[in-house]
Design a protein around this ligand. Structure first.
Ligand code: PLP
Length: 306
């Protein structure tokens, strides 16, 4: 197997050369924030495109700021490092990037004093995340973390225990994925995805005040629905039973992309298959990830020099 490289503290280094102590606060207390980014491979052009790099690194910096992890790298430096890393690993297939900023102090105690923050980015080939083109989901009994517990706007590593518990419960119950409710019993999101419903001719998605992660794919889906499909889009609270009677339900997310949900809590959604709105948004989405739509070309950063 060829050598794998990572971006670590501003340099491209061998993955095996990066060590994290068993004493690291990142490992002991989950004191870190991260991103999930895709780079899409275009066979026709033999080119790889980093997707929405700027938006992801801006969110990473916001997450780090929120939890008081000080790190010096700018968005531009992180983008440059990402391109160098994809080249170093000679990534020539659709690839997932995982940047993590973590507290690497070694003393005992879950403290966030801003010191000892480190940044690492690794790559992983990733085609389809769900392994299925249509999903069945269940409402989990675990409530979504709230803004005054562990800010969901922040992609904090520790928050993913909440996601993992929800996914475990619903997978054991035979579903493909979980949907969280908030403490106030509004529909929130999946374990790693935002949710949309199409009902009464409108596309609806929960607002940030309902403890969602402000998804980058969610923003794009809202824009595509409004500008390309001429749909009315509402950000408002959704109740559990509204999912059951929606014409369509679907997830959006970097890993999950745009994926239809055809069953919620054993209630068939719409026709029981992908709906027309989801299908159209999916087509628009995949049409722009490799720079083919000039209106959205700035979302895609080419990796290889041509
Ligand atoms: C909890 C959660 N919600 C939503 C999303 C979707 O966000 P994005 O579209 O930025 O990937 C993710 C993935 O990052 C997530 O982990």
């Amino acid at each position: 197997m060829s050598e794998s490289y990572v971006y670590y503290q501003g340099k491209i280094v061998k993955e095996d050369d990066v060590k994290i102590s068993v004493r690291s606060k990142a490992f002991n207390y989950g004191l870190g924030v991260f991103e999930g980014i895709r780079a899409y491979w275009d066979d026709e052009k033999q080119q790889l495109y980093g997707f929405k790099l700027k938006e992801h690194y801006e969110r990473l910096k916001e997450s780090a700021k929120t939890v008081n992890l000080d790190f010096d790298f700018s968005v531009d430096e992180l983008i440059e490092g990402t391109i160098a890393l994809l080249k170093a690993n000679n990534c020539r297939t659709t690839t997932y990037l995982r940047p993590i900023v973590y507290n690497d102090a070694l003393d005992i105690g879950p403290t966030l004093d801003g010191k000892d923050a480190k940044v690492v980015i690794y790559t992983q080939p990733l085609n389809k995340y769900a392994g299925k083109s249509e999903l069945s989901v269940g409402i989990t009994s675990w409530k979504r973390i709230s803004n005054n517990q562990l800010p969901p706007r922040t992609k904090a590593t520790a928050a993913y225990l909440n996601s993992a518990l929800a996914a475990l419960e619903t997978k054991r119950a035979g579903f493909d994925e979980a949907i969280f409710l908030t403490d106030g019993d509004h529909v929130c999101e999946g374990s790693g995805e935002n949710i949309f419903i199409f009902r009464k001719g409108k596309l609806v998605t929960p607002p940030p005040a309902d403890n969602i992660l402000e998804g980058i794919t969610r923003d794009l889906v809202m824009k595509l629905a409004k500008e390309e499909l001429g749909l009315e889009v509402q950000e408002r609270s959704i109740s559990r039973s509204e999912l059951y009677v929606a014409d369509e339900v679907f997830f959006s997310g970097t890993a999950m992309e745009v994926t239809p949900i055809v069953d919620v809590d054993h209630r068939t959604i719409g026709t029981g298959h992908e709906g027309e709105v989801c299908k159209q948004i999916k087509e628009l989405f995949f049409g722009l990830t490799v720079g083919k739509n000039p209106k959205y070309a700035e979302s895609c950063t080419p990796v290889y020099d041509k």
